[in-house]
Design a protein around this ligand. Structure first.
Ligand SMILES: [Zn+2]
Length: 330
């Protein structure tokens, strides 16, 4: 509805109906055509006046909404900078309708995208994180955990269980980058290990979708680091038993996650333009003191280097995984 054309310019010709408007929420000038401008103005006129609904969970405290556009209703695409409705993005599997940029997907939505409706049975929900080191950075780890749990609705960064994909049974695990960057603490490691062991026992194919910008979780020190070896060993036993493991890399897959289970797939798929690597590009550039090649640490770069087997759009991910499972006879 609202379109921007890259860098906005204030100069316009007499017959140009694309008018610049300053969006206070995005803090940038958007170029709107005549129709979009009218819609935008109508939207702004009505939105601040609307009272919060009692049934809206975000307004359950009964406070009046802030003036302007309700938080998060419009978002700017990181790919093409277009301003798009959040709802529209959610309807298209969290992809930009303009440029197909792949946005972050919460774990629950990802499960709904990949599995048959209501077929997911979550395992090990009784495993809860603790604070064995009494770790404090900007705030105590204990408080951070509570905040993250409240924010994401998850108990830790990993969800694992059994489900059906186009009628095929499998074990699906995910890490959610919204929970302390999807970092691997002892609960994430333990859930994955137990999930892999269950997949071995039940002779089911295993799919793990990684979304971890944090790698190993520093708040749990060595207890986090040892999860890398533990999960990898469980995958080794799964492999020896003839299991099929499909690793799906999403933006971002970094650090100890990329350096352990995410790289150990029999088949490694990746979403387009995902950041995948160990240390971030800036750290690598500063360490090796060399200019990094173009597209360094993106899915496309890793495909070229043979690290990734195939880049799959989110729209085709479910079909592609189901096809691989069929092909491998798992
Ligand atoms: Zn876009």
């Amino acid at each position: 509805m609202v379109s921007t054309s890259g860098k906005a310019t204030l100069t316009r010709h007499r017959h140009d109906f694309r008018l610049p408007i300053f969006d206070f929420r995005l803090k940038q000038i958007c170029i709107l055509d005549h129709k979009s401008r009218i819609e935008y103005q109508q939207f702004h006129r009505h939105a601040p006046m609307s009272r919060p609904s009692a049934t809206d969970p975000d307004n359950s405290n009964g406070k009046r909404q802030k003036r302007g556009v309700p938080e998060g209703l419009w978002i700017q695409c990181d790919g093409c900078k277009a301003t798009v409705y959040r709802k529209q993005i959610q309807q298209s599997l969290y992809c930009c309708p303009e440029c197909n940029h792949h946005f972050y997907v919460p774990a629950k939505a990802r499960i709904a995208q990949l599995l048959d409706e209501e077929s997911f049975e979550e395992w090990f929900t009784n495993l809860l994180p603790k604070d064995p080191l009494g770790f404090v950075d900007k705030k105590p780890y204990k408080d951070r955990l509570k905040e993250e749990q409240k924010k994401t609705g998850l108990t830790d960064a990993c969800v694992i269980g059994k489900g059906y994909m186009r009628g095929r049974p499998l074990v699906l695990g995910l890490t959610d980058s919204a929970f302390i960057m999807g970092s691997m603490g002892s609960v994430v490691g333990e859930k994955l290990t137990r999930g892999i062991e269950q997949a071995t026992e039940l002779k089911l194919p295993l799919v793990i979708v990684s979304g971890s910008g944090g790698g190993a979780r520093m708040h749990e020190g060595i207890l986090s680091l040892m999860q890398m070896g533990k999960v990898s060993a469980a995958l080794g036993r799964f492999h020896d038993a003839g299991g099929l493991f499909i690793s799906v890399l999403t933006n971002p897959t970094m650090g100890g996650v990329a350096a352990s289970f995410a790289s150990l797939g029999d088949i490694t798929l990746a979403e387009p333009k995902a950041l995948v690597g160990f240390a971030g590009p800036r750290v690598v550039a500063a360490t090796v003191k060399q200019e990094l090649p173009e597209g360094f640490q993106t899915s496309e770069f890793l495909l070229k280097m043979g690290f990734v087997d195939r880049i799959v759009d989110r729209q085709h991910m479910r079909t592609e995984i189901a096809r691989i499972i069929d092909y491998c006879g798992a």
